[in-house]
Ligand binder design. Structure first.
Ligand SMILES: Cc1cc2nc3c(=O)[nH]c(=O)nc-3n(C[C@H](O)[C@H](O)[C@H](O)COP(=O)(O)OP(=O)(O)OC[C@H]3O[C@@H](n4cnc5c(N)ncnc54)[C@H](O)[C@@H]3O)c2cc1C
Ligand SMILES: C=Cc1c2[nH]c(c1C)Cc1[nH]c(c(CCC(=O)O)c1C)Cc1[nH]c(c(C)c1CCC(=O)O)Cc1[nH]c(c(C)c1C=C)C2
Length: 476
């Protein structure tokens, strides 16, 4: 019987609490969240007229073990009726664009797209994929994503497509990000099969077994590419919080800033701004740097490793326009760093999720994402950047990239500080070394959340589940 303290009430902390709560082995779960709300970066604005705007994640992938796991949770929480699926045949799945040489280019997809030379690329993608089979496997234990893709698929794909992809997932620089930690499927395909193409055909290694419950089965049958929720992605943490509130074994604390955690004879003493709580075990779902500042000096090597996990700041600008203003239909477009270093991309939210538009109004919702690894060099110190400046940069980009000359009828600017961890070269060694330290020192501490084993909502939820399984020694 255990008291477990969960530090941080983002989706990672909530997911861990949800799995803990399902086990009769746990006597008490104490969730400590510093802010006034649970959910962390899952943050949706619901306007009184019914329109929904996402300031964090907007689409969640249903595929793979981690995707099925999230859908199973959504099913269990009774949210299946609120799911907004986007199938692979939807225009938002088929059309993704790159903004290169001041023009939008549809990313090649389907066999015919891969067979032809499609601008901005100078030869067919299938040619690069075919040649890739002949490239020898690397003996390095890690490599930057840019170097990996240049070596295997050619510099052009690395400079344009992969540079953009890394901006559209990590808001990061593919020359610094680790292929092993950011795209383990690609790294494993080379290591196990000697080639990406063969890895894709034959599989690149085992993945956890997660049986599909009805919603996940429906997603596979209907070929969903991504999904959201009717009242926005924030409904997921809200629903988990509702589930936890019903349990007499769970204590949920908002405005509870964790200041210090100290190992004690029986586990941990956790110091808050006002008072302290004790726990047998801690699951930390705090960002790595936040956890590092709570640890005692006896944990010095761990403190240093946690501090060394970099993060980037992203400016997220939601815009609403009257009428249908888009020149093309699709999920959105990404901008490679060679075109504009700090303008990462624009999501055409109204296309995948028209249900989030103002009902009975003809409007278009867009989200412009800026900064990331290039934030400081363009905008300077996040503390001093002005919202009006970010809004102006965002509307100018909509004008130049999409030819929209009208003024947005509504806007929201969010400066999201340190919101995406960057898994730089050697990240896997750092994470291993932190977990080895914890084991060697017999610390009853689990590390979960986006700082370690994947940044997607699915990865973060799965990290919560894995930590609970390791703690309780059973499937949950
Ligand atoms: C703009 C943006 C777009 C994204 N888009 C997608 C997407 O489309 N699909 C996708 O799958 N993922 C997406 N992600 C990634 C995903 O949303 C995040 O990686 C994930 O939400 C991180 O969850 P977390 O619980 O690990 O961390 P967080 O959400 O950061 O939660 C940590 C919590 O800890 C709290 N905390 C911090 N310090 C303390 C302290 N001292 N004491 C107590 N509490 C503390 C914080 O307030 C916070 O609530 C996106 C992220 C961003 C920022
Ligand atoms: C332009 C900046 C960003 C956009 N989304 C994100 C950033 C930083 C964050 C983000 N997007 C995705 C994930 C999860 C990845 C996963 O493993 O599920 C995160 C953290 C999903 C995603 N978005 C794009 C791609 C290619 C992916 C990967 C999964 C998938 O294929 O669906 C493309 C994309 N993101 C943004 C835009 C404008 C865009 C382009 C067309 C916004």
């Amino acid at each position: 019987m255990k008291t477990v303290a969960v530090l941080g009430g983002g989706i990672g902390g909530l997911a861990a609490s949800y799995y803990l709560c399902k086990s009769p082995q746990v006597t008490k779960v104490i969730v400590l969240e510093s802010s006034s709300r649970f959910g962390g970066w899952l943050w949706s604005t619901r306007r009184s007229d019914g329109a929904v705007f996402e300031h964090g994640p907007r689409g969640i992938r249903p595929t793979g073990a981690v995707g099925r796991n999230t859908l199973n949770m959504v099913d269990d929480l009774g949210l299946a009726g609120d799911v907004l699926p986007v199938t692979y045949s939807h225009v938002a799945s088929k059309n993704r664009y790159l903004y290169v040489n001041k023009q939008l280019h549809r990313m090649p997809s389907g066999i015919s797209g891969l067979l032809r030379t499609v601008p901005p690329f100078s030869r067919p993608i299938l040619w690069s994929v075919g040649m890739e089979i002949l490239v020898k496997k690397s003996k390095e234990d890690d490599e930057s994503i840019h170097s990996f893709v240049s070596r295997r698929l050619g510099k052009e794909l690395a400079d344009i497509a992969v540079d953009s992809l890394c901006r559209g997932v990590f808001a990061g620089d593919c020359r610094k990000l680790s292929v092993r930690s950011c795209f383990p499927v690609l790294y494993n395909a080379e290591q196990r099969r000697g080639s990406l193409a063969l890895g894709m055909l034959l599989g690149s290694g085992p993945s956890p077994v997660v049986p599909a419950r009805p919603l996940a089965q429906r997603s596979a049958k209907e070929s969903w590419a991504q999904w959201s929720l009717r009242r926005g992605v924030e409904s997921l943490p809200e629903s988990i919080t509702g589930f936890l509130q019903k349990s007499s074994r769970v204590e949920l604390h908002r405005h509870a800033v964790v200041k210090q955690i100290c190992p004690s004879a029986s586990g941990w003493k956790i110091h808050l701004e006002d008072g302290a709580v004790s726990a047998d075990h801690i699951i930390s779902a705090l960002p790595a740097k936040a956890l590092s500042s709570t640890l005692p000096s006896s944990c010095q090597p761990l403190i240093q490793e946690l501090q060394d996990i970099a993060t980037v700041t992203v400016a997220v600008v939601n815009l609403e326009y009257d009428g249908s203003i888009l020149p093309v239909m699709g999920f959105g477009h990404l901008v490679p760093s060679s075109e504009d270093r700090s303008l990462l991309g624009i999501v055409y939210d109204s296309v995948p999720f028209p249900e989030h538009n103002k009902p009975n109004g003809h409007t278009t919702r867009l989200t412009v994402m800026m900064g990331g690894a290039w934030f400081q060099e363009d905008f300077g110190d996040p503390e001093t950047v002005k919202e009006e400046h970010l809004l102006q940069r965002a509307t100018e980009a909509v004008q130049t990239h999409l030819g929209v000359t009208s003024v947005p009828s509504w806007s929201w600017v969010a400066l999201e500080r340190d919101c995406i961890p960057q898994y730089y070269l050697g990240h896997h060694r750092r994470v291993d070394s932190m977990r080895t330290f914890i084991k060697k020192k017999n610390l009853s501490l689990s590390l979960i959340g986006s700082s370690y084993d994947g940044v997607s909502v699915n990865d973060v939820i799965f990290s919560g589940r894995t930590a609970v399984e390791e703690l309780l020694g059973a499937g949950v």
